[in-house]
Write a protein that binds this ligand. Structure first.
Ligand code: UT7
Length: 323
């Protein structure tokens, strides 16, 4: 731990990561045949070139494949998992939850908490925080945290404002808890709002499809991401220089560009994969973490500052160390 960095009282690191995306790719060109848009507009306004979309694959299958990869990388047994949380807004079924079906698919223990968590695109970071609390309370060592979305099911394919943005995929992390380790020190927040971003449920007469005020969400992100990032640094009593890598929710390349410019974050310290996947909501941050781990850009001991934002409107950040 660098000098000046706060030794927090509790206690979690990421031990393994994994991700899985469906095979089918939908290009900007494909979308221009469905709605009035074009490749140049989508690239210049969002940075997205393509997205992966489920055909035969289920949400459950995406979760399982990402989780299996994370457990394999962590080098532990499924029986050792002490909590399982799936962050999502698009599970195959509301009951049973995706986490319960993952418990069965992976043969996780029966006597552990398994549930889904909805904080939209902030879901994975919220779930990491909850996992840390659960592991601390139970004294169990490992937790499984998955972010998974099949947004293609809830996207309005006739709305060019939204259908160009989203993609399907899953990312997972095995977390390890030890008393002597630093906490991820999560910062989570919410400004209740049902107009900027909305996915109606059974309690409304609206179609169950995503609707969004894109420019409003953009402004929200540009305001909240820096605030959240600064709050995380303050909580850990460290500066941006103490951070090895910055991982931002992949919602729009322009949002990430604005943030890295504002904080003079050098290119080798952040990553964008939005061109390939679009916005995969709760899956976006764990997919980035998994790709960076596979590329060797995040290693054992790396300290990663990650910030997300999304519907709700929610935001979250954490400083995560890799075991
Ligand atoms: O995870 C959180 C979820 N959401 C987000 O993070 C979204 C954040 N917001 C954004 O990424 C951007 O606001 C968008 C990419 C959604 C939109 O970009 P923008 O630069 O804010 O465009 P805009 O909504 O202000 O629209 C500008 C113009 C409009 O035309 P008029 O009214 O000026 O004639 C839109 O109708 O661009 C038009 N437009 C499009 N044109 C071509 C909107 N979508 C498209 C499209 N293709 N797909």
């Amino acid at each position: 731990m660098p000098a000046g960095m706060k030794g927090n009282e509790n206690e979690m690191k990421i031990k393994g990561t994994g991700h899985y995306v469906p095979e089918k790719i939908v290009t900007n060109e494909d979308l221009s045949r469905i709605v009035e848009t074009d490749d140049a507009w989508i690239i210049s306004r969002t940075g997205i070139r393509r997205r992966h979309v489920c055909t035969a694959e289920t949400h459950g299958e995406l979760c399982r494949r990402a989780a299996e990869a994370a457990i394999a990388e962590a080098g532990i047994l499924a029986e050792e998992i002490g909590a399982c949380i799936v962050a999502t807004v698009s599970a195959d079924t509301i009951v049973p939850s995706a986490a319960c079906m993952l418990q069965r698919a992976l043969g996780l223990p029966n006597d552990i908490p398994c549930f889904d968590l909805n904080a939209a695109c902030t879901g994975f970071l919220s779930a990491l925080h909850v996992a840390e609390c659960l592991l601390r309370a139970s004294g169990r060592r490992f937790g499984l945290v998955v972010g998974c979305e099949v947004l293609s099911r809830v996207v309005n394919w006739e709305d060019r404002n939204t259908c160009i943005l989203f993609g399907d995929g899953a990312g997972a992390a095995v977390v390890e808890w030890r008393e002597e380790w630093p906490s991820i020190g999560a910062v989570l927040g919410c400004r209740g709002d049902d107009e900027l971003l909305r996915l109606p449920g059974a309690g409304t007469k609206e179609p169950p499809l995503i609707a969004m005020d894109g420019a409003g969400v953009f402004r929200f992100a540009v305001e909240m991401v820096p605030r959240c990032m600064e709050e995380v640094l303050r909580k850990h009593e460290c500066s941006a220089d103490d951070v090895d890598f910055f991982v931002f929710h992949q919602a729009n390349a322009r949002i990430i560009d604005l943030i890295v410019h504002k904080y003079h974050i050098p290119q080798e310290k952040y990553y964008k994969n939005i061109a390939e996947y679009g916005n995969t909501s709760a899956a976006s941050i764990p997919i980035v973490l998994s790709e960076l781990k596979k590329q060797g850009r995040i290693k054992s001991g790396s300290r990663v500052l990650t910030v997300g934002f999304g519907g709700g409107m929610t935001w979250g950040g954490a400083l995560i160390e890799f075991a």
